[in-house]
Every structure is written in C-alpha cells, then in structure tokens.
Design a protein around this ligand. Structure first.
Ligand SMILES: [Fe+2]
Ligand SMILES: [Fe+2]
Length: 332
C-alpha cells in the first residue's frame, strides 16, 4: 500500500495519537521514540513519509533533513514542533521539509499535509519513471537511426568499391586492421569505435573520382593526381550530411596526411595529425600494397612490412608502424 509512514517523536502519547488518527484514515504507521531506532527504520523500511519532531534530542529536525539529503534518501519529511517560530519554519522548508506543523496538532491540517506530501511524492516518482522511460526510448531511437545511417553509408561504400574490382573489400579490411592497431595502442573503446567507422568510410569521397582516373592503368598525371587528392575532403563533405561527430570526420579528412607534413589535404605534421588518421594511413597503405592494383604488382606480406618500416618516421608514425607490424606478423 502507498502510505507507509514513520512517526518519530519522543512523546509516546503524541506518537500514539498521530498513529491512531492516520491508521484510521487508511495509512500504515510505525512510531519510534529516538534517533537510533528512527535511522534503523529508515535504513531498513520502505517509508513513503516521515513525521519528525523538530526538537527530538540527538538529531533534531533540521539535522535529519541534512542527513537524509547527504545519503540521497528521498523520503519527504513533515516536521512537528511546539514552536511557532516563523524563522524555524522558513529554515525547515529551505532545508527540504515538505511541511511544518505546530503542536498541539490540528488533525485536519495533519491529514491534508500527509495527503498532499504523499501525492507530491507519487507524482515525482511517476515523473522520474516517465523521464527515464522517455530517455531510454530516445536513446534506443537514436541508436536505431544511427545504425540505419551507418548501414546506408556502408552500402554506399560498397557501391563505390564495386566500381573497381581492385578496391573491393578495401574499406572493411582497412577498418579491421585499424581497429586492431587502435586497441593495441590502448585507445579507449569510444575512440576505437570511431576509428572503425572512419576506416569503413575513409574512401567514400572516391565516388567523385571519374572512372577514367580511377581505373587508369598507367601513372596519373599532375591534374589527375590533384583530383584524386580531393577525395578526403569530398568524403567529409558527403559524410557531414549523416555524421555529426567531428572526430570521425577529422580522421577521414586526414587519412592521407604524412608524418613529415608532406601529405594532403592540409599538410599536417606529426602529432598534429589525429591518431586515428595516422593509424588509417598505415592500415590503408598495407592493404593497398597487399592487394592487386592495375598499375603494379601485389606485394607479399614481408615486402609490405619492409615498405612500412622503410617509410616509418617519414610517411608514417613510427609507433603505429611498430604496432601494425606486430599485428600483421601474427596474422596468417
Ligand atoms: Fe584514401
Ligand atoms: Fe583507402
């Protein structure tokens, strides 16, 4: 039943009268005479309301309010007192008492106060439950929309890769290797997920590169190369319609930067390049080397590792290469 009330008062007759009156009104009551028993009851029982004597020795009304607040116990407290001191009333309400009743008690006032306090508590609980339910639902919907977007974008990546037999599966493989490197570099889970997503999407901007350049078997000329070099920025422009996370967008944007600052699009150098991009750069290069391309022979695992190590500290972050090589060597 809603309406379990704890009455804390040193006067046995006051306790008895309050208890009898409220039980007659349908509430269930328990009366205690001292602080020790009261705190034990609060600790163990499930009370909806406390009626506490302001002048109770040991822990007065004001102190119990502070005590409950400190322990994050949200049970409304009605204070009772023989004092008709407006300052005490004000202080008690300020401290969180739901009401203040003067003794001798007018039972009609007490009944109204109890009723009002319990209804307010119930409403607060309902509001809290509703808020939690709503927040949970919003989170679920947000995740659903996010997953749907991601599926859509990954679908788009597949279309891009389908255009060219040499890049099929490239993004997935880059993402997989990048995640392993990120975990090995002890990035936190949130960042690992961002690296994973950025890995899957890093070449989405390739969609804007014409087939004549994408599928060209010879070396690209200067003009063609400048078109190819636009793909990270175009990719970010496209992705920003779906993704608002700046860290993911930045990883994508800078996946062709070089440790020595000679990369693109911004010529960032060293630590100024997001770590996720430095990881993608290594994973990307390894995949490009170990899968066939129309313009050159495929590298063996050992040859690709040699290449990564050769450009470690110039093109690539040394630490990333070191971790990547360790991972690649353990792969079949
Ligand atoms: Fe790329
Ligand atoms: Fe790539």
């Amino acid at each position: 039943m809603y309406g379990h009330i704890l009455i804390v008062d040193g006067d046995v007759s006051v306790r008895g009268k309050i208890s009898d009156f409220l039980e007659e009104k349908g509430y269930s009551c328990k009366g205690v005479s001292n602080v020790k028993d009261a705190l034990k009851e609060i600790e163990e029982g499930k009370y909806d309301l406390i009626i506490w004597d302001l002048r109770l020795p040991g822990l007065n009304g004001m102190e119990i309010l502070k005590n409950l607040k400190k322990r994050d116990i949200n049970i409304p407290v009605i204070l009772t007192s023989t004092l008709k001191d407006i300052n005490s009333v004000r202080a008690a309400l300020k401290e969180g008492a739901v009401d203040y009743i003067t003794k001798p008690i007018h039972y009609h006032d007490l009944e109204n106060s109890v009723k009002f306090s319990l209804e307010r508590k119930k409403l607060k609980e309902m509001e809290k439950q509703f808020k939690e339910k709503l927040e949970g639902e919003i989170e679920r919907q947000k995740k659903k929309i996010h997953d749907q977007y991601l599926h859509g974008i990954i679908g788009l990546i597949k279309i891009v890769e389908e255009r060219d037999q040499y890049t099929k599966g490239h993004s997935q493989r880059v993402s997989d290797l990048a995640v392993k490197i990120a975990v090995n570099m002890e990035m936190d889970n949130v960042m690992v997920t961002k690296v994973k997503i950025a890995g899957l999407l890093h070449d989405i901007g390739v969609i804007a590169i014409p087939d004549s350049i994408l599928k060209k078997s010879g070396v690209l000329n200067k003009e063609e190369m400048s078109i190819v070099r636009k793909h990270p920025v175009i990719g970010v422009e496209l992705l920003s319609y779906f993704i608002s996370d700046n860290e993911i967008l930045n990883i994508v944007k800078h996946h062709h930067e070089r440790w020595d600052g000679k990369g693109y699009p911004d010529g960032l150098e060293g630590d100024a390049i997001p770590l996720g991009s430095r990881i993608l750069a290594v994973a990307d290069a390894y995949d490009a080397m170990t899968f066939p391309r129309p313009y050159r022979e495929m590298f063996s695992k050992e040859e690709a590792i040699k290449e990564l190590e050769k450009h470690s500290g110039s093109q690539f972050d040394r630490e990333v290469v070191e971790k990547a090589v360790k991972i690649i060597n353990t792969q079949a």
